[in-house]
Write a protein that binds this ligand. Structure first.
Ligand code: PMT
Length: 434
């Protein structure tokens, strides 16, 4: 059995439209990811798309029949397209070719996918993919503008090398990024407009120009939180030590190396933040006598490295005049509760997230416990992506509680009371009011 963890897409019905372009091969990977988070996907392909990838590929990956023909006698009804769109929570067209954008902008319904789009009652999202000149052409610009006016979000495109050998804007976003956009579309906007500042990853304290002191933090936990918060509508600034992860979409990304650089980048922005989350594994000490040149082995004995303490970023943010809502992290080998609570009190912060070093560092999954004035609140072991969503939901509840003074319990972290609208619900309201 495949274990699927809750995503904003879990249980949703998505129609994935695939149009003709070389990026159609990436739609197969995208389909896998959407199915992987527990959504039901019906694939509809244009005739041109079937020339790039066979319907069998999508049928195998989705586990459902693939629809290609407006006049398919097997569907049993000439109006099958209406049924498909009525059942859907959203239609995502990826890749969306220049021709398809033109046809949708013009209200055409001359094949199954365009008919389905015109007959829909659910949101439509498009991820364009085309040659850069086609993307830049005034006709395409007009079509994209028309779709924007019709409330159709355009995901990408990205810039870079194109299959035709040219370079520029027009590449389809990577499947991971499209999935993140789709999840964001369905995520309740619990942190709408909130300014969130955070740190992630390790720091690197130089010993000489090529060596340094660092740790095994991969940045995964912090980057997952940054993404979950952005999906929940926060304006996220992520100050990150050196990691091998791409910057999450829709996040202001500030790369730094040392603890001093991280401290400076955070303190510059702390006054404007409403929430601060310190996920980084910051080096407690730095090298006072960093060598200007590479240390040589043939010195008189091993090098003498003198360490001096680094500033405590989290404690300094919490000591600001009007501090943001501060959340710390504590990675411990043992005595999690005692050590984490001690750190929380010492740094004077309302919430600290405890995890064991052997579970939290480096990997994809984690087991975390939230510690506050009320005590310990363990969350189930899960992927860092899933835990990040739960933590973001909990922080939103804490902020609302502070704002309204109403009593809400930590036990509601994952079960949720009335939630703010998602983009999808906003979109539907918008459509209804027309
Ligand atoms: O990056 P991953 O591989 O996904 O791993 C995630 C993680 C294990 C690094 C993360 O979940 C975690 O636990 N981060 C905190 C690591 C830690 O133990 O930090 P600390 O005990 O040294 O510091 C406690 C808190 O103070 C942390 O919020 C830290 O960011 C902050 N701190 C510490 C020292 C310092 N000079 N400045 C700080 O802001």
């Amino acid at each position: 059995m495949v274990l699927v963890e809750a995503s904003a897409l879990t249980g949703k019905r998505i129609v994935l439209g695939v149009t003709g372009g070389i990026a159609a091969y990436k739609a197969a990977a995208l389909l896998r990811r959407i199915v992987g988070v527990g959504a039901h996907v019906d694939v509809v392909m244009t005739a041109a798309a079937t020339r790039f990838v066979t319907p069998l590929t999508f049928q195998t990956l989705s586990g459902n029949a693939v629809h290609t023909d407006l006049w398919d006698p097997a569907s049993g009804s000439a109006l099958a397209h209406i049924g498909l769109s009525r059942a859907a929570d959203a239609i995502l067209v990826a890749p969306a070719s220049a021709d398809f954008l033109a046809r949708v902008a013009g209200g055409r319904a001359d094949d199954l996918l365009s008919a389905l789009v015109l007959a829909r009652e659910c949101p439509l999202l498009v991820a364009p993919a085309m040659n850069r000149r086609m993307w830049e052409h005034p006709a395409t610009r007009r079509n994209v503008e028309t779709l924007a006016q019709d409330g159709v979000p355009c995901l990408g495109p990205a810039a870079g090398e194109q299959a035709c050998g040219e370079s520029g804007a027009g590449r389809m976003l990577e499947p991971e990024a499209i999935l993140a956009c789709l999840e964001a579309f369905f995520t309740p906007k619990t942190l709408a407009g909130r300014r969130l500042l955070m740190t992630a990853g390790p720091t690197f304290e130089a010993i000489d120009p090529v060596r340094g002191i660092t740790n095994l933090s991969s940045g995964r936990m912090g980057y997952a939180i940054a993404q979950a918060a952005a999906q929940a509508g926060a304006e996220v600034t992520l100050v990150s030590g050196p990691v091998a992860l791409p910057a999450p979409p829709e996040v202001t990304w500030i790369p730094v190396v040392s603890a001093l650089e991280m401290h400076a980048a955070v303190m510059e922005r702390a006054a404007a933040a409403e929430i601060f989350i310190g996920v980084a594994a910051v080096a407690d000490y730095r090298v006072e006598n960093m060598a200007e040149k590479k240390l040589k082995k043939d010195m008189d004995g091993p090098p003498r490295i003198r360490l001096i303490p680094n500033p405590d970023i989290l404690a300094d943010v919490a000591a600001c005049k009007n501090p943001p809502f501060c959340v710390g992290f504590a990675a411990e080998c043992e005595n999690l509760e005692a050590y984490a609570q001690k750190k929380r009190r010492k740094k004077n912060i309302p919430l600290i997230v405890g995890n064991l070093i052997q579970e939290g560092f480096g990997g994809e999954r984690n087991r975390i416990v939230l510690f506050d004035d009320q005590g310990a609140h363990p969350l189930p072991e899960a992927s860092k992506t899933h835990l990040a969503r739960m933590l973001v939901a909990h922080i939103a509840q804490c902020l609302n509680k502070t704002r309204t003074g109403s009593e809400q319990s930590l036990n509601h972290t994952s079960t949720h009371n009335p939630e703010p609208p998602t983009h999808a619900e906003d979109h539907n309201r918008h459509q209804d009011s027309r």
